[in-house]
Design a protein around this ligand. Structure first.
Ligand SMILES: O=C(O)CCC(=O)C(=O)O
Ligand SMILES: [Fe+2]
Length: 360
């Protein structure tokens, strides 16, 4: 989830509201200085060859990933193998969740009842970087029943405790919802594990370097709903007043994020100049972005770029970000291979779960 946040209990690297809005903070988090706005691109990477048995094919995809991660920190992936029916299925579940549940049924799932930030978030309930967010959301995390591997029995919640943390609508209130979520979550988790092996290759590490860290990984997903603005915004500019912000400016906290959305664009990515790049919607592709753990592992070589959401359309936007973490008992510590001779790590080691990183 987000790291430049003021309210979520999941972030350890919280900065204050004032800091988050300061030019110097944003400046420090702009995409690599080795790119300019004109060379700033979010490439489309067809990852079909990454499923090949040839290491050279997989390395070729990893090289494209490295190039994106060291510049904009964002890329699209196509050729990922998740059926289009699974993708449209989860968007439909998101639409059903927000439209079909009554206010009372949503209240039963209210995020304020969860110490992990799971459940339903009403619109304008959260603020980020000083902006009250207009989005409505539903958050859930890893559970073995959502993992096609069945897990290894060792999953613990963010705070190290055992037991179910997710909250779900009652089956009779939204028939088929849990099954739909499971179909999507298990596929996107599989894909994230596959991508993590490509990230390892992209860092000149053995392909299985991170494997032992993702046997029961944290993986928070959200269904998000951004209504169309009351008065449409000019699409040609990237200006937005504070009451038009769906999701405030932030970077993501975990390893990387896989973002799926409906046809309505809305994601805006901070360019080197401080202007916003409006990400186009590419049907059936995911947008992948580097999050803070990968930035820390790589000593900032991989960019965890600031982004936000503004719906400038006349239609609603639905999105489903999946934040891929690692086993929560693991520690994220700068990879020696990412340090030049004599260079000191910029970031302290932190635990992936709250119980570890709160002791920093
Ligand atoms: O909804 C989107 O398009 C992006 C969501 C996002 O950036 C987040 O939840 O961290
Ligand atoms: Fe994000």
């Amino acid at each position: 989830m987000a790291s430049a946040t003021v309210q979520t209990p999941l972030s350890s690297d919280s900065i204050t509201k004032q800091e988050a809005r300061s030019t110097s903070y944003l400046d420090s988090r702009l995409a690599a200085k080795n790119v300019t706005d004109t060379t700033f691109v979010i490439p489309v990477i067809d990852i079909t060859p990454s499923f090949s048995s040839s290491l050279a094919d997989r390395q070729a995809v990893a090289a494209q990933i490295r190039s994106a991660c060291t510049t904009s920190g964002f890329f699209y992936i196509s050729g990922h193998g998740i059926p289009t029916t699974t993708l449209s299925g989860i968007i439909q579940q998101a639409e059903r969740f927000f439209a079909k549940l009554s206010k009372e049924q949503k209240e039963d799932l209210h995020i304020k009842k969860s110490k992990y930030g799971y459940g339903w978030e009403p619109s304008e309930y959260t603020s980020l970087a000083g902006d009250v967010e207009t989005k409505e959301g539903f958050n859930f995390g890893y559970e073995e029943g959502l993992d096609a591997t069945g897990g290894d029995g060792k999953y613990r919640n963010l705070d190290g405790t055992k037991g179910d943390a997710n909250v779900w609508p009652k089956e009779e209130d939204l028939p088929g919802f849990y099954e739909g979520v499971k179909e999507y979550y298990s596929r996107v988790l599989d894909l994230a594990r596959h991508l993590f092996r490509l990230f390892a290759l992209s860092l000149d590490l053995p392909e299985d370097h991170f494997d032992h860290m993702m046997t029961h990984p944290g993986g928070i997903a959200r269904l998000l709903y951004y209504t169309a603005p009351k008065s449409p915004l000019p699409a040609a500019t990237t200006e937005a007043s504070h009451d038009q912000i769906g999701l405030g400016a932030h970077s993501d906290y975990e390893c990387f994020t896989l973002l799926l959305s409906s046809n309505t664009p809305g994601l805006e990515i901070l360019k080197p100049s401080g202007q916003w790049h409006i990400a186009q919607h590419i049907p059936n592709a995911f947008i992948v972005n580097v999050a803070d753990f990968l930035m820390r592992w790589t000593n900032g070589v991989y960019k965890s770029t600031i982004h936000r959401v503004v719906n400038r359309s006349t239609d609603a936007r639905y999105s489903v970000p999946f934040f891929f973490s690692i086993n929560y008992e693991e520690v994220v510590e700068t990879l020696p291979t990412c340090l030049k001779e004599g260079e000191k790590p910029t970031y302290r080691p932190i635990g992936a779960g709250v119980s570890v990183h709160r002791t920093e």
